[in-house]
Design a protein around this ligand. Structure first.
Ligand code: MN
Length: 249
């Protein structure tokens, strides 16, 4: 299997390097195309107003002065001289649970691989003082091997979150749905050295819909969570109601 690895924390991050090493042990080819710096929360943005520069930092290791989506887009539309079978993104330094997924560059990089023939995988390590990247890498490797052995619908992004605990303490892997977070904390106001106001976006809220079946719940219980995501944002159940509502009255 030929695997393209990317992330949003940048090519120097511990997460992507641990993941790459783990995948190299089971794949024929692993190529890394990743941002040259931390581009977390870049979501699905593409760089259209200036060109992208790529540097090879080691054999099969490329850094790009662009977003996570740029990296995977570039790799799959002509930069690489072969088509990878699979895109794996991560290991993100931090959770991508619930509504994190709409801001996540990690998930976006995986999503950008949606036209390949296999499901794509986004991997995130959940917790503070992150130490157990090996746990997340082990579960990611398991998923890749499962995909290789048994077909699974290719239009699915598998959003894997793994708690920051040793592999021996991991209780298993659960199929989940996304939960929801509370509204994020208030912005933080400050003043720059010239007396002008500046603002920090506040931290994400805690899980609000974090009950049984959600990704939050699985992580809380010591399981890895895998949520199948789709790119189609249509709320299919509302199309009929909308059609009726649009009718002239
Ligand atoms: Mn990140």
């Amino acid at each position: 299997m030929k695997i393209l690895v990317s992330n949003d924390d940048g090519y120097l991050a511990t997460g992507i390097n641990v993941l790459t090493e783990a995948l190299e042990a089971i794949a024929d080819v692993v190529v890394v195309v990743a941002p040259d710096r931390n581009r977390s929360a870049a979501s699905n943005s593409l760089t259209l107003k200036h060109p992208l520069r790529v540097s090879e930092v080691a054999p099969n290791r490329f850094k790009v002065d662009g977003t996570p989506s740029d990296c995977v887009h570039l790799a799959l539309t002509g930069f690489l001289d072969f088509e990878p079978d699979l895109v794996v993104s991560g290991i993100n330094h931090g959770a991508n649970l619930g509504d994190d997924t709409i801001y996540s560059g990690t998930v976006a990089a995986a999503m950008e691989g949606r036209f390949l023939g296999l499901p794509t995988i986004a991997v995130s390590l959940v917790g503070n003082k992150l130490a157990h990247f090996n746990t997340a890498a082990a579960v990611a490797v398991e998923l890749v091997q499962k995909i290789e052995r048994a077909p699974f619908p290719s239009d699915v992004v598998l959003n894997l979150n793994v708690p920051n605990i040793p592999l021996s303490e991991l209780k298993g892997v659960r199929a989940t749905r996304l939960g929801f977070r509370h509204k994020s904390e208030q912005i933080l106001r400050d003043t720059d050295p010239y007396g002008r106001p500046i603002y920090w976006v506040g931290p994400a809220g805690e899980g609000q819909d974090a009950g049984e079946g959600t990704d939050f719940f699985a992580i809380e219980q010591g399981f890895a969570s895998v949520t199948p995501l789709k790119v189609d944002l249509t709320r299919h159940s509302a199309v009929k109601g909308l059609s009726d509502w649009l009718e002239p009255t």
